[in-house]
Design a protein around this ligand. Structure first.
Ligand code: TYD
Ligand code: MG
Length: 492
């Protein structure tokens, strides 16, 4: 039945081959296939014939469901990302760059849970017991009744967790260091990671504890090891942030027990990670008013509005092919907005280097930031600052039209709360009732809302504000000369 075979396994997607090949047919990656010696996973002959299996019982969808009990860590930002607490018997994969703080956040979570009476186990395969104790000392968690062990053999780990008292939460730091001694491949290979995770998840379901698996990420930023790991677990969290910045963001990308795209915001301090209850204030803390190329975007992260500063620098290029760089924002999307500004608004950006940065190390995935990016670009090109008390959001289509985005009121409310007085928003959603209602309108919070129908409106705003007559020749065909559609007239 199960016999040791040589297989060639893609380290990216887990596809298996009988021969080595340069490119994986399944995921298209190059040089990811390596030889692994493992047990054949095929079912014994006869199973497919349906002999000897137990009959499974089928039920319908409307039966009673038991409410899953949730265990709160007491760390608000963590509980938010978990979707309202930990579910017993679930498996959570935590990925992130090395040194970003995965071990720290999990040790803090274990400490908090243990202090609330949960039986917590922390198994480290990367560090020694002393190293973890030192960290616990720094985090002021020495008194927390967390059980600690250094182990890497899955057989030992499973045996220890299967016997003994009931555990509530178990952390495995990290899954790449675990190895199953039944398999000859080195730890960290697809077969090892898959087998180790499978065994650990099985015991978690069997014994009913919550399992945390720490996973490494590759250079490309995806979880190292097979994609299948993401399918095996119930929740996948990414811990992101720039090591140069203090802020760390825990983001749920898959959650069977809650909403995805929910984020928890933390700040790394010398005594560990501390919660950031008001991320907008933090992301805007270092903002300076009256600088061209800076625009505040009212974004949405999960269910929560977050205000961030988007910075653009548009400078004449000395290179044949101008540079385009974006940090915290998709560079393909940046190119699209540049193309729209050039084609639909007549801006000449071809001879300019363009840099875009989302301040604070946050990564924005929402298309709703388009209008804020365009505003920052136009502001930088014209040298004219965006009003310091304005927030901007809206999606831009390829013809330059500004499209409505979700949760407008939530975004506006957050902006008003943080003291902003104006908002530039998509025009359709700015209408309140009457067709073509006069703008700007004012919200209950005293925010003056201006509807933008086309990016051209923003371009004209900067052109009218102060045409830069003294602009260098390279900038001459810039904002001031923008072709203006005959019909589009919006006063502010
Ligand atoms: P760590 O949790 O070890 O990262 P990972 O497990 O993701 O590899 O985080 C280590 C980093 O965090 C390290 O660069 C030091 C920093 N750190 C602090 O700044 N303050 C602290 O209190 C702790 C424990 C770590
Ligand atoms: Mg670690």
């Amino acid at each position: 039945m199960a016999k040791a075979t040589k297989t060639f396994v893609c380290q990216n997607c887990g596809a298996a081959y009988t021969r080595w090949q340069g490119r994986c047919d399944s995921c298209g990656e190059w040089n990811t296939i390596i030889e692994e010696v493992g047990k054949s996973e095929a079912l014994p002959k006869g199973v497919s014939g349906g002999k000897g299996g137990r009959k499974i019982e089928f039920v319908d969808l409307k039966g009673a469901v038991s409410q899953v009990p949730r265990r709160l860590t007491g760390i608000g930002e963590l509980d938010r990302v978990f979707g309202g607490g930990l579910v017993a018997g679930s498996a959570i994969l935590v990925g992130g760059d090395p040194g970003i703080g995965k071990s720290t956040v999990l040790l803090q979570a274990m400490g908090a849970l243990a202090k609330r009476g949960a039986a917590c186990v922390y198994i480290t395969g990367e560090e020694s017991v002393d190293q973890v104790r030192l960290r616990a000392g720094r985090l002021d968690l020495r008194d927390a009744p967390v059980q600690l062990a250094a182990a890497t053999n899955v057989r030992d780990v499973v045996a220890s967790l299967d016997a003994g008292p009931i555990r509530d939460v178990v952390v495995i730091d990290s899954i790449q260091t675990m190895y199953a001694d039944t398999i000859d491949s080195a730890p960290g290979t697809v077969t090892q990671v898959r087998t180790a995770a499978h065994e650990l998840i099985r015991i978690a379901k069997h014994r009913g504890f919550t399992l945390f698996l720490v996973g490494h990420v590759t250079k490309e930023g995806t979880l190292a090891g097979p994609r299948v790991l993401e399918h095996m677990v119930d929740t996948v969290l990414y811990f992101e942030g720039d090591r140069g910045h203090q802020f760390r963001i825990l983001r749920a990308v898959k959650n069977r027990f809650g909403a995805t795209d929910e984020i928890g915001v933390f700040a790394m301090t010398d005594t560990g990670l501390s919660e950031v209850a008001n991320p907008s204030a933090l992301f805007l803390a270092e903002r300076r008013g009256n600088v061209s190329g800076s625009c505040v975007f009212a974004g949405l992260e999960g269910s929560r509005p977050v205000l961030v500063e988007i910075q653009a620098l548009v400078a004449p290029s000395v290179l044949g092919t101008p540079r385009r760089a974006a940090v915290g924002w998709d560079s393909g999307r940046l190119n699209m907005i540049i193309a729209v500004l050039e084609t639909r608004c007549g801006l000449a950006l071809g001879g300019h280097d363009i840099y875009l940065n989302v301040a604070g190390g946050l990564r924005i995935n929402e298309p709703a930031a388009d209008l804020a990016v365009a505003t920052a670009l136009v502001s930088s090109l014209s040298g004219e600052p965006v009003p310091a008390d304005a927030v901007v959001f809206g999606e831009i289509g390829l013809s330059g039209e500004v499209r409505a985005v979700a949760q407008r009121d939530l975004r506006l409310k957050e902006a008003a709360k943080l003291g902003f007085r104006r908002a530039w928003v998509p025009r359709q959603s700015a209408k309140n009732g009457a067709k073509g209602a006069p703008e700007p309108a004012t919200t209950k919070d005293g925010l003056s809302v201006r509807g933008i129908g086309h990016v051209q409106d923003v371009v004209m705003q900067f052109a009218e504000a102060k045409p830069r007559a003294k602009a260098a020749p390279a900038q001459a065909p810039g904002v001031g000369r923008a072709a203006r559609p005959a019909s589009d007239e919006t006063g502010d």
